[in-house]
Write a protein that binds this ligand. Structure first.
Ligand code: FAD
Length: 482
């Protein structure tokens, strides 16, 4: 009898515990993926993530074929599909790596129950995180709400070494009845056809396990040294850009962790940079832990004090933010980087998110939804947590009254304006002194740079000072927060 491996956001052969366990049975291994667009509560992927998924599945399918197996793709309700795949293949067991969102857990539990009742074994493995969310607890056995003690607890535990890819998979033959329901990748509609808006993303990214490993090796060789400082400079490639690869499981956090530790063992001088980088990897685990224990993280303020926050509905401002037309260059450059490449630098994510929530007093969920649609790394835990963190409503949040000033942030982290120049051709001729505040430039400087405020580039849609006061006033109106 064959065994089945159900791939879900773990698009890799190396360090894939479900795949390795299935291969170790010595049985034929049949691999499949389900694009679940029917189960209740499963959030459809945004457009940029769909684009990534297409390339990721293509790469996974090719690697599986090289290893002796293949990837079958189905579309519909996972509950029904997985059950019929098991029945029609006569498989003895199903292997998968765990998921942590409430809707996903509900689907997996229902499948597990149905299959167990029919005498089929389901093996759920741990492949997405460094540790399972329930493994890291405080002394009272409760999950952490604050990152620093969480990180301390992570650092005090050992992290399992990554598994090698199974050397050879014993492939099997799918029954006709299932092949008839399989959908060719190109017919899933994940890649845009017309208009093809993915050109900018194609230029920047290569998808799949092989590309993830190559990017990571490059980062270890040339990016890790100096990471702690360079990660905050948006004009530089100072961070790993592994986020979409981690999001789709093309590389595992355990692989990342151990490779970084090995690099430090070989070159102890890397220690402080490695420590900073690994703490970011631990943030990712932390947000998954929060999502697991607080399933409403993506759609409800964690702190109920924010339930009645006086958000403003202002469609034109929201649109200006989405299009990168707020009149604040660092905000606009970030939003354009996002639109063009499907990714935005972390520092600029913080600035743009703060601008939407605080300067425009727009509900963070609107920003979360836009990022969800446009980020290639749109992640149910990281995105929701980060937006709540910015809004001040999340666990372990920055306080609401910390309001980023988009001009001073720009001047501090992009002093020459190189980041602005990359994404804002209309401002590229402005000298560094004015590139973050064109409205202060004398008429002659604007003329020379070809900038006509209000025509070639907007004036600020809200003035910083009064917007800041308005946000603080709204914040003070909340009971218990003054
Ligand atoms: P590196 O600095 O190289 O970090 C390595 C890895 O650590 C990242 O790939 C990521 O998996 C993890 N990581 C880094 N920073 C964070 C963080 N602050 N929180 C959690 N994990 C982190 N990250 C996503 O992966 N998906 C999202 O949807 C997402 N949405 C965000 C929304 C907002 C408003 C903000 C402020 C941040 C968001 N982040 C999100 C976190 C962070 O910006 C990205 O993970 C990071 O910019 C990715 O770039 P990198 O891979 O080069 O990061």
């Amino acid at each position: 009898k064959p065994v089945l491996v159900w791939f879900r956001d773990d698009h890799r052969l190396s360090d894939n515990p479900a795949l390795s366990a299935a291969a170790a049975t010595g049985s034929q291994v049949l691999c499949f993926y389900v694009l679940d667009d029917e189960s209740e509560g499963i959030r459809p992927l945004g457009a940029a993530a769909c684009w990534w998924l297409h390339g990721s599945l293509k790469a996974l399918s090719e690697t599986l074929e090289r290893a002796g197996s293949s990837l079958l793709i189905l579309k519909g309700s996972a509950l029904d599909l997985v059950e019929s795949v098991v029945r029609e293949t006569g498989a003895s067991a199903v292997y998968w790596n765990r998921r942590y969102g409430a809707a996903e857990i509900a689907v997996d539990s229902a499948i597990k129950k149905r299959l167990s009742d029919a005498g089929i074994k389901v093996h759920s493995c741990s492949g997405r995180l460094l540790h399972e969310p329930w493994e890291i607890t405080n002394q009272a056995g409760k999950p952490f709400q604050v990152f620093t003690p969480y990180l301390r607890a992570v650092n005090a535990r050992s992290i399992k070494p990554p598994l090698p890819a199974p050397r050879r998979l014993k492939g099997g033959v799918w029954p006709r009845s299932i092949l008839d329901r399989a959908i060719p990748l190109t017919e899933l509609g994940l890649e845009p056809s017309f208009p093809d808006w993915a050109g900018g993303m194609r230029q920047v990214w290569e998808r799949g396990e092989h590309a993830a490993q190559a990017r990571f090796s490059r980062f270890i060789e040339t990016g890790l040294k100096g990471y702690a400082e360079r990660r905050d400079l948006p004009s530089q490639e100072g961070s790993s850009r592994l986020s979409p690869h981690l999001r789709f499981g093309e590389i595992s956090p355990r692989q990342v962790w151990h490779a970084v530790m090995n690099a430090v063992a070989a070159e102890p001088g890397l220690g402080p940079d490695a420590e900073k980088f690994l703490s970011e990897i631990a943030w990712r685990d932390f947000t998954y832990q929060l999502l697991h224990f607080h399933p409403h993280l993506p759609d409800k303020p964690h702190s109920s004090r924010f339930d009645n926050f006086p958000w403003i509905q202002d469609r034109p401002s929201l649109k200006a933010w989405q299009k990168g037309l707020t009149g604040y260059p660092i905000v606009d450059a970030g939003m354009r980087q996002l639109w063009q490449t499907g990714w935005m630098h972390n520092r600029v994510r913080m600035i743009t998110a703060s601008f939407l929530v605080k300067h425009l007093l727009t509900d963070w969920r609107q920003g979360e939804a836009w990022f969800w649609d446009t980020l290639v790394d749109a992640d149910p835990a990281n995105n929701a947590f980060s937006w709540q963190w910015i809004a001040g409503s999340g666990p372990d949040s920055a306080p609401f009254h910390r309001i980023f000033n988009p001009v001073t942030q720009g001047e501090k982290f992009d002093p020459e304006g190189d980041y602005i120049r990359t994404f804002m051709p209309e401002l590229s001729q402005l000298p560094p002194g004015f590139v973050h505040k064109p409205w202060e430039a004398p008429p002659a400087v604007l003329r020379e740079a070809g900038v006509v405020l209000g025509e070639t580039y907007p004036k600020p849609i809200v003035p910083h000072g009064p917007a800041r006061e308005r946000a603080l006033e709204a914040f003070r109106s909340l009971r218990g927060l003054a």
